[in-house]
Design a protein around this ligand. Sequence first.
Ligand code: SF4
Length: 264
Amino acid sequence: MSEEPRVSVLEEDASSVKVRITGIPIQYANTLRRFMIAEVPTLAIDSVAILENTSPIYDEVLAHRLGLIPLRADPYKYSGDCGGSPCQVSLVLDAQAGDEPRVVLSKDLVSEDPDVKPVSPDIPIAKLAPGQRIKLEAYARVGRGKEHAKWQPVAVSVLKPYPHIEVLNPNAECAAAAAAACLPGVLRYSKDALRVRGEHRCRLCMDCVKACPDGVKVEERDDDHIIYVESVGAIEPKRIIYMAARELSAQLEELSRQLEALEL
Ligand code: SF4
């Protein structure tokens, strides 16, 4: 096993990231993955004061729908000590249909903190018939996915072994068959030789090894992993991994402090 854990970004876009983590056992990597789902704090609407609702949607269903709108915000601003005031953000909704039906969207929520807002302005909340109205005040607070899925920052959080591909014989007779059995972008057979193009895209299906056992070898190692994270939009994907490590570290420090107090 490597001495120092190492992290590198393999692929990244606005909503997802794929990172390679080397030097930690799979149990630690899986703990990090689980912390991304259950322990990273986010803000979500948790209570709603309905002042008027003449829409066909029941108050409870409306409150539930509001809770599921991901909010972009810095959760640490609203956790811990908020200087005596409640650690919450209020978002007001006052929407009425005129002579035409109207769809109430997430952009109709007006937040008291401009840094706390829905990740998309176009999430439908309700459809109003002419003359119907919804007026409410919603309160968002910090929570964690272990309490309710509405606080989960991730839509996907996956752990898999990093694939190590070794071309044993690039000119083997079956080398072309190995490339043909593979996904696009992983192996390539050209100029009579087999080459590795994108090792991290390999799905460890072993079809290439079945097609050409003498030409290619694929293996996984105990301390080399890929974590793929897809954010719901509330927090940047790379930051979710960092926050999971931060939360894990804080819990371990607390455990250590309590064990120390036992004077073991
Ligand atoms: S294991 Fe599957 S995906 Fe990976 S290189 Fe072989 S055929 Fe391609």
